[in-house]
Write a protein that binds this ligand. Structure first.
Ligand code: FAD
Length: 275
């Protein structure tokens, strides 16, 4: 079983972090990912670091895609970013609305990601492969599952090439989402986002904030391990590998790993998947 994979990083804050990421990229490169992506801080706070990290990965000989969020941005600002990306030979962008950072009052000239996708297409034609976000367990601010699905379709209709989902541990949610999207005529690949589990307490905090559910049976089991990091890691690897295997068997077109800038868990999961 050899699913296409992609791997996500966040831009390091220090030179030391960048040095460490170089090693992480080299270790993960053995998986031959289709691309590495680099997140973009809320309101453009990591603009330069995101670009520097993408360029660093590209300099190591790999395909790299910046994330670009539009909330709080102007059209001129986004146009400038697109020109910079083009100048650096970038061909893929993960296009997002993002979340307005606390304290930032001006939402800017884009309200939703579909407007950003349309803007990128209007400005740059077919230059970029545009990835958008999808939410099998629904976006936390969505008015209803139906509205969220229709809003997802808007992004595809605006010109998205493919989608990457928020992470989840309920495979049923992903399968249902894909079925519903297909029923609406959405044909682009919808790649599941995979969050390997290194620390349960961190995962629990993060999941509450982004609306991803940790199923009760998993939560109770992780809680039972307390501070036993080895057991957390072992169970996390088993559960996430099984999830990946199931998703690929069900026809997922690839797997996108949220690596948290670490190589170990992603490598081990992929090794178990036979990559
Ligand atoms: P949208 O698709 O615009 O949706 C946001 C909300 O608005 C949803 O509830 C939707 O139903 C609703 N909506 C959408 N369009 C319309 C419309 N036209 N009219 C009315 N309602 C609408 N965040 C970052 O800050 N940086 C990153 O690098 C980053 N990378 C991510 C990568 C992936 C794969 C994923 C899944 C998420 C990522 N995020 C990132 C988080 C993301 O920015 C947040 O989840 C954000 O709240 C929504 O962004 P979106 O692009 O999905 O927004």
């Amino acid at each position: 079983m050899k699913p296409e994979i992609s791997i996500e990083f966040f831009p390091p804050q220090t030179n030391e972090g960048m040095e460490k990421l170089r090693t992480t990229v080299s270790r993960l490169a053995v998986l031959e990912p289709e691309f590495f992506s680099v997140t973009y801080g809320a309101g453009g706070s990591t603009r330069d670091r995101t670009l520097a990290t993408v360029m660093e990965i590209a300099a190591q000989g790999h395909s790299a895609a910046p994330h670009l969020s539009c909330i709080g941005s102007t059209r001129d600002g986004v146009r400038e970013m697109l020109t910079t990306f083009a100048g650096q030979g970038i061909r893929r962008i993960v296009a997002l609305r993002g979340d307005l950072p606390s304290g930032m009052a001006d939402a800017g000239e884009f309200r939703y990601a579909n407007e950003l996708v349309k803007f990128i297409r209007d400005e740059t034609g077919d230059r970029y492969h545009i990835e958008v976000a999808a939410y099998p367990e629904w976006h936390p601010q969505a008015k209803s599952p139906r509205e969220d699905l229709l809003n997802f379709k808007r992004k595809v209709d605006a010109g998205a090439s493919s989608a990457i989902t928020q992470y989840f541990y309920n495979a049923d949610a992903y399968e249902h989402f894909v079925d519903q999207a297909r029923a609406l005529g959405v044909t682009v690949p919808i790649v599941p986002g995979i969050m390997p589990i290194g620390s349960f307490s961190k995962l629990a905090r993060f999941s509450d904030a982004c609306g991803a559910e940790i199923p009760r049976w998993m939560r109770r089991k992780f809680e039972s391990f307390g501070d036993d990091a080895e057991s957390v890691r072992a169970f996390g690897l088993d559960v996430v590998t099984e999830l990946c295997r199931h998703l690929v068997d069900c026809g997922a077109p690839g797997l996108h790993f949220y690596s948290m800038n670490q190589a170990g868990l992603t490598l081990e999961i992929c090794r178990r998947l036979g990559r």
